[in-house]
Structure formats: C-alpha cells, structure tokens
Design a protein around this ligand. Sequence first.
Ligand code: ZN
Length: 190
Amino acid sequence: MARVHTTKANGQAQRKCGRCGHEVQKGETYYWAKPGFRTRRPVVRCAKHPFRQSELTTGVRSEALAAQEAWEDGLDSIDTFEALESAHQDLSSALEDYVSTRQEALDAWPNGNSQLEEFVYQAEAALDEVDSWSCDYSDSDEPDDDDLQELHEEMRDEPHSRADLVELWLQAKLDEAKSELDDIVQGLDL
Ligand SMILES: [Zn+2]
C-alpha cells in the first residue's frame, strides 16, 4: 500500500484535493501519496478528505477494499433487515469477484506462483467469513411472549402499545445483527 505523507503547504506549488477540488492554501495541512505502480504521479487530498485504503492501492485489492468501505459508509442508513441482507449480498458478491480475479491471476502462471496462491487463499478466507454469517431475523418477525413481557416492564414508566414494543424489539435485533456483521467486515484480511 502506498505511503501517505502529511505536509504543510508552503504556498509555492499549486495543489488541489483530488476529491473536492479545494486548492490547498499556504499553511494548510494536506496529504499526498503515489498509489500507482507505473504512473507514480502524486495524488493530493485536503485535510478534510484523508485517503482511504482503497485509494492507496491499485488493482483488484482496491476493489475489495472499496466494498469494505461501502459497507462502512452504508451502515448507519441500514434500518431494515431487508437492507441489511442486501448490503450483505453486495459485500459477498464483491468478494466473489475478488476470489475469481485472484484465481485468474494465479491460473496465468502455468507452473504456479506461491505468492498468488497465498492471495487466493486470503480472498477465499474473507469470502468464507462473510458468507458464514447469516441473519436470524426478518422485518416481519415478532418477539415471543417472554420478550414482550420483559420490554413491557422496561417501558412501564411510558405509555406504549404492543406495536411500540415490537418495534423496539426489532430495532434491538437489527442493531445486534448489524454489529455482528460489522465485526466480521472490520476483521477481514483483504
Ligand atoms: Zn478535499
């Protein structure tokens, strides 16, 4: 992965953030890196837009990292089990692509290549971890009587309907499921 340099602009050269187009002013902190393998032109980011991992890598790995970042970015807006399933699915298909691209790279070596073989194992392991997770609930599930009773007692100081309790329960289950999958995604070795 390309190294990120953090620098204060001296005002002599013109530098623009590659994300927002902001022209870095004298005295402002900015970041630069050279992510390309052949075209090693420095890329600049302003203080508000630090580099993300996917931007510091080229090729197939950067796509896998971008899928991981897309998960992170979307996490807060996941408010139903359906949305969670679909984010999970997106991640899984991105990792499937990752595995096949790694595999193709290995297949191009008639006598094998131990480094590329290692990459294939790594990608497969990431896919397995994501695929091993499954959601135990759906948006139409309801709490059992014990759970309802428990929530009812927790909420005794506030007026509430059964529907309120069901919603609370669903929200709690969804938060649990999201953080379970998030732990897996954050721990992926890509
Ligand atoms: Zn910027």
